[in-house]
Design a protein around this ligand. Structure first.
Ligand SMILES: Cc1cc2nc3c(=O)[nH]c(=O)nc-3n(C[C@H](O)[C@H](O)[C@H](O)COP(=O)(O)OP(=O)(O)OC[C@H]3O[C@@H](n4cnc5c(N)ncnc54)[C@H](O)[C@@H]3O)c2cc1C
Length: 449
């Protein structure tokens, strides 16, 4: 391979290769189980740098990965022996309040976006943890507190600046019907998005964060309460449940210290008189209400500390149309028998604006599902790798017979499991995706398969 010095000279950003002092720090991603050693990490500062990196990869026949926020649980931001196009330093956000559009660089985090948009009383929907990258989240879907009101993050992409494998810079808009369809939640990488334009929506100055704990023994009943409530809840309410362990921590309400619980977690962005909030936080089984009215960015980041960089993670997912007693019992059994205190078992409710968005406008596969189960094995010690991963796979296998098929590509399990899930997509969808891919990435630089 020609020396990377030529790439380093051509870029304003920096190039890292094995042996460089900072290489090991720069190749680290959020998930501590990921240990991938790329040949080159091109830390780009602007779109031109990305073009140079793409050209270099093609000239030298290198496999490529794209790093936005580095939070993909399967570590897809990195590629063994290949070239990482790293956008970590491209985090600017500009607001066009008149057009209600945010222009967001491809390495921005959810916090970068929320902080900038909220200054104008506007938001675009995104996920629960604010240091997640917006790029990976948006391109594969984007589920969060306000999705039932404003749609998935991908539904709110109105345009992107895309660097293609030919090194061209294209502005893709909603007029590029097929390409925009594939970019909105499709599983294939089609190029490097250096800038998104997201649609913005007005939001109230304060929203009600819901973070209420109930005894784990009431798990089945509370999940039934959740699903019945969400059947006809206002779209301003987003709500999920998860089984969790609370530590013996003086900062926590006494009622939940050192206790197994099921938590209802969500956001209500309606008016303060909404009775629906009271029905949750004043539920007779409630142990503690740790939520309250607060600004949207605050509510978006309350659980950030629960997901530290470098801890060990393995997350899977599946979609359900219906949650009957059998399903609730399975969730309860595994929810109360988790392999580590950090692990959670989550039931997400969907619907509302997610369902309304036209399937022909987005390749997101789980759009019409009513629920998603997120199986989050989280742990500290490498010795627990096997047991935690086994538990997650067992939950997945136990629920699979009840699932409508498909997984959420942002909670894919391992890289191999993600690739298998892509192969199992409906034929017409896969065929359309591959046709788009062959048009925009004839070199198969971004998605080899
Ligand atoms: C703590 C935590 C909480 C989460 N919560 C939620 C949640 O509430 N809702 C939800 O929907 N998801 C959630 N996720 C999942 C999240 O959406 C994915 O992990 C997503 O991949 C993160 O994006 P990233 O840019 O940080 O990832 P990266 O690892 O940087 O990238 C992942 C993949 O995205 C693509 N990609 C990234 N950047 C670009 C780009 N600029 N151009 C083109 N392709 C790109 C590439 O395929 C890349 O392999 C959460 C993840 C974590 C770690």
């Amino acid at each position: 391979m020609k020396t990377t010095a030529s790439l380093d000279e051509a870029m304003t950003g920096r190039v890292f290769t094995p042996g460089d002092e900072d290489y090991d720090r720069v190749r680290r991603v959020w998930n501590g189980t990921i240990d991938i050693t790329p040949a080159v990490i091109a830390r780009c500062r602007d779109t031109e740098d990305v073009v140079r990196a793409v050209e270099f990869a093609l000239d030298h026949n290198l496999d490529v990965s794209i790093r936005g926020g580095g939070h993909n649980v399967a570590g897809t931001a990195l590629v063994e022996d290949g070239l990482v196009i790293d956008l970590t330093e491209m985090r600017e956000v500009e607001i066009d309040a008149d057009r209600r559009v945010a222009r967001v660089q491809g390495g921005a985090t959810l916090a970068d976006v929320d902080g900038a948009t909220f200054e104008y009383g506007l938001v675009t929907p995104s996920g629960f943890i604010s240091d997640t990258g917006i790029a990976g989240l948006a391109l594969k879907g984007g589920m969060g507190h306000t999705m039932r009101r404003f749609g998935l993050t991908c539904d709110n992409i109105v345009a992107v600046r895309l660097v293609t494998s030919d090194g061209e810079v294209r502005r893709v808009t909603e007029d590029d019907t097929d390409l925009m369809w594939a970019l909105r939640g499709g599983p294939l990488d089609l190029g490097v998005v250096t800038e998104f334009e997201f649609r913005l929506h007005p939001i109230e100055s304060e929203v009600r964060l819901i973070l209420s704990a109930f005894p784990a023994e009431e798990g089945v009943e509370m999940n039934r309460f959740l699903t019945e409530l969400m059947d006809d809840a206002p779209r301003e309410l987003g709500l999920v449940s998860f089984y969790a362990s609370f530590p013996d921590d003086d900062d926590l309400p006494r009622e939940i210290r050192d206790r197994e619980a099921i938590v209802l977690f969500g956001m209500y962005s309606g008016d303060r008189d909404g009775e629906v909030v009271a029905s949750i936080v004043e539920h007779p089984h409630s142990l503690a209400d740790m939520g309250g009215w607060m600004s949207y960015p605050e509510a978006q980041s309350v659980l950030d500390e629960e997901y530290p960089d470098g801890m060990r993670y393995y997350w899977k997912s599946l979609y359900l149309d219906d949650v009957d007693d059998e399903v609730l019992q399975i969730i309860d059994r595994y929810g109360r028998d988790r392999p580590s205190p950090e692990t959670t078992l989550d039931l997400w409710t969907m619907g509302g604006a997610v369902e309304d968005f036209g399937a022909d406008k987005s390749a997101f596969a789980g759009r019409n599902a009513s629920y998603m189960v997120a199986i989050e094995a989280n742990w500290v010690d490498a010795d627990d790798d096997e047991g935690c991963i086994r538990w997650a796979r067992e939950v997945f296998d136990a629920l699979r017979p009840y699932s409508r098929g498909g997984i959420y590509m942002n909670f894919p399990g391992s890289r191999e499991e993600r690739n298998d899930a892509i192969d199992q997509l409906d034929d017409p969808v896969l065929e359309r995706l591959r046709t788009v891919r062959d048009g925009i990435d004839p070199h198969r630089l971004f998605t080899p398969a």
